[in-house]
Design a protein around this ligand. Sequence first.
Ligand SMILES: CC(C)(COP(=O)(O)OP(=O)(O)OC[C@H]1O[C@@H](n2cnc3c(N)ncnc32)[C@H](O)[C@@H]1OP(=O)(O)O)[C@@H](O)C(=O)NCCC(=O)NCCS
Length: 206
Amino acid sequence: MRATEGTQGHSGTLEQAGVYVSHDGAVRLEPPAPMSDGVIVLRRSEERDVPLIADASHDPEARKWLDDEPLTAERQRDLVLRAGERWRAGRAAPFVIADATTDVALGLVNVQFDDDAVAGLAVSVFPEARGRGVAPRALRLAGKWALELGLQRVYAEAAAENVASIRAIEKAGFRREGLLRDHCETHGRRHDCVMFSIVPSNLADD
Ligand SMILES: CC(C)(COP(=O)(O)OP(=O)(O)OC[C@H]1O[C@@H](n2cnc3c(N)ncnc32)[C@H](O)[C@@H]1OP(=O)(O)O)[C@@H](O)C(=O)NCCC(=O)NCCS
């Protein structure tokens, strides 16, 4: 599955929609102020998150389902910098999921802009924070933010065997669209995955 780190690039219509702002001639995706539902907060990564993100990058469960690699010492050093570059490139919005009370990082959620109208979400929750609804909350907040930017479709895919991920996406309120045969690739292996989405009309469901 796509990595929570995302990729770089640039998308044009979001710029026209005023999502991007221009600084020094460069076009950037303006990170929003931290977004919270009272239990978790989505915010940009900070240096103090790096040890937690690095530890979690070795978790076998996350490695099984995501293409993220364990963070080398070198990649730990420039993690916050790289996240900033991805924001500026404008194709991805990499958020840290943090506890709304303590602000301690609990996981990662990435919004990856496929094109001008569609984005995909990828989420991972650190092992010690699993099983208490963190991912559904993060998916809901990130999905709502992306739709409010003007996107027409926000999707989330889960490997057909990834029961925890399917449950988390369902609990976030995403609609199940169906099973896509060999649609996803993780660690070079193609596999079936379940496709979910939300569209602007779902914003009224909240
Ligand atoms: C999938 C994942 C993001 C879910 O996050 P979460 O915050 O634990 O989500 P929830 O608390 O809503 O739990 C979802 C399901 O996980 C399972 N679960 C419950 N407790 C758990 C625990 N302690 N550890 C692992 N899974 C647990 C249950 O099936 C639960 O569904 P239920 O509520 O119907 O019982 C998280 O398990 C994870 O990071 N996994 C590794 C990376 C991954 O698979 N990412 C998704 C790729 S598409």
